[in-house]
Design a protein around this ligand. Structure first.
Ligand SMILES: *[C@@H]1O[C@H](CO)[C@@H](O)[C@H](O)[C@H]1NC(C)=O
Ligand SMILES: *[C@@H]1O[C@H](CO)[C@@H](O)[C@H](O)[C@H]1NC(C)=O
Ligand SMILES: *[C@@H]1O[C@H](CO)[C@@H](O)[C@H](O)[C@H]1NC(C)=O
Ligand SMILES: *[C@@H]1O[C@H](CO)[C@@H](O)[C@H](O)[C@H]1NC(C)=O
Ligand SMILES: *[C@@H]1O[C@H](CO)[C@@H](O)[C@H](O)[C@H]1NC(C)=O
Length: 401
């Protein structure tokens, strides 16, 4: 059984080779291209998708942090130079609802945090979608007639949400593919490009054994509790900085640590695993201030939107690994953002000042004080080969090649 599955996975993998390419400014996006053309560090990844009959082609961000397949519509006037989807040209298109939907993103295209959530105005429709040769009929599709600037700054047309199937009203494309019966196992695998070169890939319907060593360690998705965010969410037991005997635990995990008893036995914090976020986000400004106080008093907020940093030389000198303990307490595993990821480079518009990897939320109301939510984005996810299984509700982690 296993062998057959891997054969499917491997053939898809081959078509999804993602390699470093030309990102915009600091956006750190990497896509399908034959060769590396800059020294940009990849923090987000995208691929191509075909929508409608006959097919119209789009470039989409692979986003485990959202459920929708979202594209700009032909009547969008604020969608920059993105390719627009023309429903009138598709014989398989159908309208699902005339009620506008406003997906809002609390983190944007790149390493720069947002001052306010940004989004789009979209309508729910359906059409045939082809992703690497695999087709889904009547896939829910959000077509947007307005895009926030954040979306326009990205070299992608839209977003391919890869959220798990059990907590969204609209099923992500991947889980509709799974439901169609073409995969024998539910998981997809992600191998994300590290540093400035090297291929990234995604495997569908199984893992690519050539991309990882040893066994996977699994973290179970969090049980429902009041305040739990949606998406790929796991319990977070702790976060610490440093290594060896100099390792320091950083507590609290959020302002409301002392209120946890009131949260139905929920975990100390939740971690949202999100390929669509280019940094790590702490739950609130106070917690992030305490976090950096453990590392260096030179690290300060450099943008009220939630970016923290220091002058580049200082930040390099104090850079440290960050260790997250994830999963239910009795079986929690430790995962590490290495020291090399700590300094994300010069902050745009601030010559000589570099940005540190942990941001605080810039979007007002992101954290209401009762639910400590961390967003663990690509600086953590690209350190490992990861497996995403929304049927058995686990995320697996292995050492990558
Ligand atoms: C990219 O990195 C290589 C090797 O470190 C260096 O020689 C080259 O000048 C860099 N190119 C750019 C555009 O920074
Ligand atoms: C774009 O088209 C949709 C679907 O027909 C419609 O609901 C929406 O109002 C249109 N938007 C604009 C800006 O014309
Ligand atoms: C989704 O999965 C989680 C993790 O197993 C589970 O706690 C939750 O009850 C599930 N939700 C639904 C709606 O099935
Ligand atoms: C956030 O808002 C502040 C104050 O208005 C501004 O100085 C800063 O540039 C903004 N940052 C971003 C990333 O929009
Ligand atoms: C930053 O400052 C240095 C030294 O003053 C200067 O050489 C460099 O051109 C500046 N870079 C930018 C982007 O302004």
């Amino acid at each position: 059984m296993r062998t057959a599955v891997l054969a499917i996975a491997t053939s898809i993998v081959a078509m999804l080779q993602l390699v470093v390419a030309a990102p915009l400014g600091k956006s750190d996006l990497c896509r399908l291209e034959p060769a590396p053309i800059t020294n940009q560090t990849c923090q987000q990844w995208y691929a191509d998708i075909l929508v409608g009959t006959p097919p119209q082609e789009f470039t989409v961000l692979i986003d485990t942090g959202s459920p929708y397949l979202m594209l700009p519509a032909s009547n969008c006037t604020t969608c920059g130079d993105h390719t627009l989807f023309d429903a009138a040209l598709s014989s398989t298109f159908s309208v699902s609802s005339a009620t506008p939907i406003n997906p809002q993103f609390a983190t944007g295209a790149d390493a720069i945090p947002l001052n306010q959530s940004e989004g789009a105005t979209c309508y729910l429709n359906a059409d045939t979608v082809d992703f690497v040769g695999l087709q889904v009929q009547n896939q829910p599709l959000l077509l947007c007639d307005s895009y926030a600037p954040t979306l326009n700054d990205m070299p992608i047309d839209g977003i391919l949400g890869m959220a798990p199937p059990n907590d969204t009203s609209v099923k992500s494309l991947y889980w509709n593919l799974y439901d169609s019966g073409i995969f024998q196992v539910p998981e997809f695998g992600l191998y994300l490009a590290q540093g400035t070169s090297g291929a990234a890939e995604m495997s569908l319907g199984g893992l690519d054994a050539d991309m990882y060593k040893g066994n996977l360690q699994y973290t179970r998705l969090s049980d429902d509790a009041s305040g739990k965010p949606s998406g790929w969410v796991v319990d977070q037991q702790s976060v610490s900085v440093g290594s060896g005997s100099r390792k320091k635990s950083v507590l609290p995990l959020g302002q409301s640590q002392q209120q946890q008893g009131k949260r139905d036995g929920g975990p100390p914090a939740w971690a949202v695993l999100d390929t669509g976020t280019a940094f790590i986000q702490g739950p609130d400004k106070d917690t992030v201030a305490k976090f950096y106080a453990q590392i260096s008093s030179d690290i300060r907020m450099i943008d009220p939107a939630g970016a923290w940093g220091a002058d580049c030389g200082t930040l390099d000198r104090v850079a440290t690994a960050i260790t997250f303990t994830l999963g239910p307490q009795s079986v929690a595993i430790t995962l590490i953002v290495p020291k090399e990821e700590f300094n994300m480079g010069e902050y745009p518009g601030q010559n000589g000042t570099c940005q540190a990897v942990v941001s605080s939320p810039g979007v007002p109301g992101f954290s209401d004080g009762s639910s400590p939510i961390w967003i663990l984005g690509s600086p953590l996810l690209k350190q490992y080969y990861t497996s995403w299984d929304g049927i058995n509700n686990v995320v697996g982690w292995a050492e990558r090649y």
